[in-house]
Design a protein around this ligand. Structure first.
Ligand SMILES: [Zn+2]
Ligand SMILES: [Zn+2]
Length: 395
């Protein structure tokens, strides 16, 4: 047989076609119905069995025919964002206000390409490859559904990748240890009492209390946390009041926390709960904090990182591997899988100075990527699973 990576390279046209199809038809988190349907149709063609996970997740299972053990999971996220695409390209989004601006179209296409080639080579390995086509990454959902339905049961390795416009094409970032922050979302509801502006003693000013809460939360970062441990407590939304000459009866704040340790993640929650309650209390108001878990911190297992770097080296001399991509305080809920199974998340460079659109950042309306990265992504998925399974013994 020809080398696996050569077989993947021959699928370039397929990869580009699939990526552009997903790009034209982006679907928001938890609404990826068409996308899931296309994925299932492709898996059927490759004779890979699959089941739905939740409404729009797809789990594919491919067993090698050799008598070997080992189960490896490969994950791609499949959702798009509520962003209007401004690119003027043939494959631009056909849905107003929705766009694949985070490269998940590329991840999905690359994983399908890997599935296609691995399926064609099932006689050359044993054990099992599980393909996790995960919806709703952007809203911090999707991953828990896969875990709760047992998709990771028996899995010994989990691998995933993300597009990285901060890295040039042919560069792969594989950083052992901490890569991304833990992310949580909070809403603070402040309940006060309305009154005429001329008689503040008769009311409880929720707007004033909420303003104090915003300021006090920032004080936590400078006064209560270590200056050498990154912590972000960001309030991005504030709504309150109905008219200029009335005391506001209620206020609502919305924000997010970014921390890098589980201890600090829990600690800042406690502090924000306390500060909101006490600060509102000074104004005669009350506060209620509602927390939503988004994702844990993303920590790459050192051993799996070495294995993935090994597979990446095998892709050829043109590939440059970096192991010190700076920590990002953005989150990715691939982290949830890594809390269950040793895993690694790699960053595949998608920037190319010859293609100016590929230099734009993720989550912007003009994001685009060098489609050569689709091949690198597919090669890495396929090579990692194949090499790891080839090293496993008999059951
Ligand atoms: Zn994103
Ligand atoms: Zn993303």
């Amino acid at each position: 047989m020809s080398e696996l990576r050569d077989q993947v390279r021959e699928e370039k046209e397929y990869l580009v076609r699939m990526r552009r199809d997903f790009h034209r038809h982006p679907e928001l988190a938890s609404q990826e119905k068409r996308t899931a349907g296309v994925i299932e149709q492709e898996l059927d063609r490759f004779r890979i069995s699959h089941i739905r996970i939740g409404e729009t997740g797809v789990l594919g299972v491919l067993r090698g025919t050799l008598n070997r053990s080992g189960v490896v999971a490969l994950r791609a996220d499949i959702d798009a964002l509520p962003i209007q695409e401004t690119n003027d390209v043939e494959y631009r989004s056909r849905t107003d206000g929705v766009m694949h601006a985070c490269g998940h179209d590329a991840h999905t296409a690359s994983l399908l390409g890997a599935a296609k080639v691995l399926a064609a080579n099932r006689d050359h390995f044993g054990g099992e490859v599980r393909f996790l086509f995960q919806p709703a990454e952007e809203t911090g959902k999707g991953a828990p559904d896969f875990i709760e339905t047992g998709a990771l049961d028996g899995v010994e390795r989990v691998f995933g990748l993300h597009s990285a416009p901060d890295l040039p094409i042919d560069t792969i970032g594989i950083t052992p240890g901490l890569n991304n922050a833990a992310v949580d979302h909070f809403r603070i509801l402040v309940h006060g009492k309305a009154a005429h502006v001329s008689t503040p003693q008769l009311g409880a000013d929720a707007l004033y209390a909420a303003s104090q809460i915003v300021v006090a939360i920032q004080g936590l970062v400078t006064r209560r946390t270590s200056p050498v441990e990154p912590v972000i407590l960001g309030v991005g939304k504030f709504s309150s009041g109905t008219t200029y000459n009335a005391i506001a009866a209620s206020a609502e704040l919305e924000g997010t926390t970014r921390t890098i340790s589980q201890e600090m993640r829990l600690q800042v929650r406690e502090w924000i709960d306390q500060i909101a309650g006490q600060t509102a209390g000074f104004s005669g108001a009350e506060a209620q904090v509602i927390w939503t878990d988004v994702t844990s911190a993303l920590i790459n297992d050192p051993q799996v990182s070495r294995e993935v770097a090994e597979a990446a080296k095998g892709l050829g001399d043109h590939i440059r591997i970096i192991t010190d991509r700076p920590l990002s305080l953005g989150g990715d809920n691939f982290a949830e899988y890594q809390r269950k199974v040793p895993g690694c998340y790699a960053y595949v460079g998608t920037a190319n100075a010859q293609l100016p659109g590929t230099l734009n950042s993720l989550h912007s309306g003009n994001f685009d990527l060098d489609e050569d990265a689709l091949v690198i992504g597919a090669e890495l998925y396929a090579e990692y699973a194949f090499q790891w399974l080839r090293k496993q013994g008999r059951p």
